[in-house]
Structure formats: structure tokens, C-alpha cells
Design a protein around this ligand. Sequence first.
Ligand code: PEP
Length: 253
Amino acid sequence: MRQKIAAANWKMNLTYQQAEKLLEELIATPHELKENHLAIFAVPFPYLQLANSKLGGKKNVFVAAQNCYSKKSGAYTGEVSVEMLTSMNIQYVILGHSERREYFNESNQLLADKINICLENNIRPIFCCGEPLNIREANTQNDFVGKQLQESLYHLSAEQLQQIVIAYEPIWAIGTGKTASSEQAQEMHAFIRQQLAAKYGNDVAENISILYGGSVKGSNAAELFSQKDVDGGLVGGASLNAGEFVTIINSLK
Ligand code: PEP
């Protein structure tokens, strides 16, 4: 059975004290995680240990990093290796977020390298893809997203691909309050699944969780998650509010 996932992306927000308060509020807010439901919290690096100490060991709850470097170790000042993450028991990392692609020039090839080192170290990447507004307006979003998948993922074996969570995040919907309609989300998710099926076969494609990201909130999560190929959400702004995020968790189908 496919995993349904509510993933929080705190981005570069909150002080240590605010992070601690949010984690405590999250723990105190009743939420329901069924057998195939996961809640993942991608917190800033300095808060990984804190999040682990508050959430670690809770059933179907994981702490994630928001990035990692493509090299094993060495003279890369300011970077964080996967070995550092695994030594802290971190099992997921977001890769290819559009903010990293745009502000830090992360290419599909660099992301392929990051994915490789994660998989070699048993860390599961949450691989983000998605088109900017001009591409959507030109109606060429399928080609654009197809190329992102091809250049960053298609070198993987079927077994490796099954370790990946995909997050489709149309850039025009991230942090803008403008959510893709559930039909637009479903259409792209179905396209992604078809592409994976063509390359890896139906059984593999059916097992991959494809999350939607872009202004998901408590009020629209249930409608988005009701779509056949939408397996949950990657959530920025609304994940900074415990009540909102727990509503999103409870909206997983
Ligand atoms: C994100 O950060 O991945 C995201 C989708 O942000 P938001 O929910 O704020 O649009």
C-alpha cells in the first residue's frame, strides 16, 4: 500500500525557542496516523537534534533535513553531509526544492548526485519538481517536469527509485496563497506516475508516493488529498502552525 505523507517544510523560519514551542504544541494536538500514514518534519539543521528529542520514536513520525551536500566529507565549509545526518538518525531529506534550484543554482545533475549519495547511505530523498508560471502559461509543464524527472531520477534502478518520495510543487503556487486546483494537481500527478510507469513498470509507479506542494492549508488539504494520485502534501507556511498542520495530517486519506 502506498504511503500517504504530510511533510512539513519549516524552511529558514523560527528561533530555537519558537521551534521548541511549536514542537510541543504539535505533540499536544491530537492527530491520527494510520498504518500507511507518515508525518515528516523538515526542520532547519540546528534544530534536528531538538526535533529528534521531541518526536523521535513516535510511530510513523520522522524528522528530515531540508538539504544535504553531494560529497561524502571534506573541505566544504558550511555544508552538511549525509553521514552527519545518518549519524543523527535522520532518514529523510528534501532535495531540489525550487528555492534551492533558484537561489543556489541547483541543477538536475547536482540533484542526481545528491540523490545518489543519499541512497548509498539509506536516506530517503523527498525530490521536488515543478514548473514556473511562464511554463504553466505556455502549457509546457509536462515537458518541463518530465525533464526534471529524467535528468535527476532515471539513472536509478527500480529498487532505488522506490526509496524516493516525489513532491510536485508548481512554483507559482509556493508561498503565494494560490493553490493549484485539485484537477491541476491530479493531472500532473497522473502524468508523473505514467512517466514512471513507462520507465519502471506499473507496479513500481503505483508504489511511489507523490505529494503536492503549494499553499496547502487545513482548509484545502482534504480536497487535494482526495485525488487518486495525490498522496499527501509538502507544506511550507501552514506547517508553522500546529493546528493547521495537524488538520493537514488528519486529512490524509
Ligand atoms: C514548500 O515550501 O514546499 C511550500 C509548498 O510552501 P507553501 O506551503 O508555503 O506554499
